[in-house]
Write a protein that binds this ligand. Structure first.
Ligand code: OGA
Ligand code: NI
Length: 279
């Protein structure tokens, strides 16, 4: 399958905006993900981010498999981040600020693709947190450990994933796992559970996983966009009518988040709790 690919950034700023928005809407509806080239994050910031992530995980005694932290606004959180390697805060901070601009632009385009006001989703956007995923090359003795990240959907509005050049990400397409091979300097945008709810199930949260590579280590940077705690994240009223009844009730992000710990489910099925029939 060809990757649903949009050269999104530049067309979104010019007279082809409405075409780019249509492309994004179709990709969200049919595939639950798309790749974006020309997103405006300078190549140097991407390389610095990936190099810093690798350096961090190469530090002695570093056994963590992934590193998660809040990062918006950068200045508020930076002092809580690791200070080793010494370049960490600067390089991660610059990447996070750049990726934030992409998130806002993509969420505006997604709102418009649903025929909602441009800032409909941005209005409830709180911030993003970043997960730095590190997958060491697997040793032969560990050949059975093929999963870097097990099958899941992201509990987000959208996730922006930057991969290095080692393949590993897989998504479901027509009931089969397909590899989403890295495209240099492109980011992959995943539809998350919250967007599935807002769109009244028009856009489907992407089922995905990451497998490890036995020859090379792999690094990916996932930026998870999430709404503020009190934000109402039920289906947008404009998307509900007689033909399209609400699939979910209105609920807050706080309720969703709290329920996540209780239901212990790693896919969008955790949204079933918020279906009208589940009182
Ligand atoms: C994640 C994720 C995939 C990858 O962090 O949520 O799905 O390719 N990562 O690292
Ligand atoms: Ni994920």
């Amino acid at each position: 399958m060809a990757l649903p690919l949009s050269s999104t950034w530049k067309p979104l700023l010019g007279p082809r905006r409405s075409d780019a928005i249509k492309q994004i809407g179709l990709a969200c509806e049919k595939n639950g993900f798309f790749a974006v080239k020309n997103h405006g994050i300078p190549e140097m910031k991407i390389n610095n981010m990936l190099d810093t992530a690798r350096e961090f995980f190469h530090l002695p005694d570093e056994e963590r498999q992934s590193l998660k932290f809040h990062c918006h606004p950068v200045e508020e959180y930076k002092s809580h981040w690791p200070s080793n390697p010494p370049s960490f805060r600067e390089n991660v901070g610059e990447y996070c600020e750049s990726v934030r601009k992409v998130e806002v632009a993509i969420l505006e385009a997604i709102s418009e693709s649903l025929d909602l006001e441009r800032d409909y989703i941005d209005k409830i956007l709180k911030g993003h947190y970043v997960s730095i995923n590190y997958y060491p090359a697997c040793q032969e003795s560990e050949l059975d450990v093929t999963h870097g990240v097990r099958t899941h959907t992201d509990p987000t509005l959208i996730t922006i994933l930057m991969q290095d050049d080692v393949p590993g990400l897989q998504v479901i397409n027509d009931d089969k796992w397909i590899n989403v091979n890295p495209i240099p300097n492109a980011v992959v945008v995943h539809v998350g559970d919250i967007l599935q709810a807002i769109s009244n199930y028009k856009y489907k949260s992407l089922l995905h996983q990451a497998i490890v590579n036995c020859e090379k280590e792999r690094v990916s940077i996932a930026s998870y966009c999430y709404p503020s705690d009190d934000a109402m994240i039920g289906p947008a009223k404009k998307l509900i009518d007689k033909v399209h009844p609400a699939i979910y009730k209105d609920f807050t992000y706080r309720e969703f988040h709290e329920s996540m710990w209780r239901v212990k489910c790693s896919t969008a099925k955790r949204l079933d709790l918020f279906k009208p029939s589940s009182d």
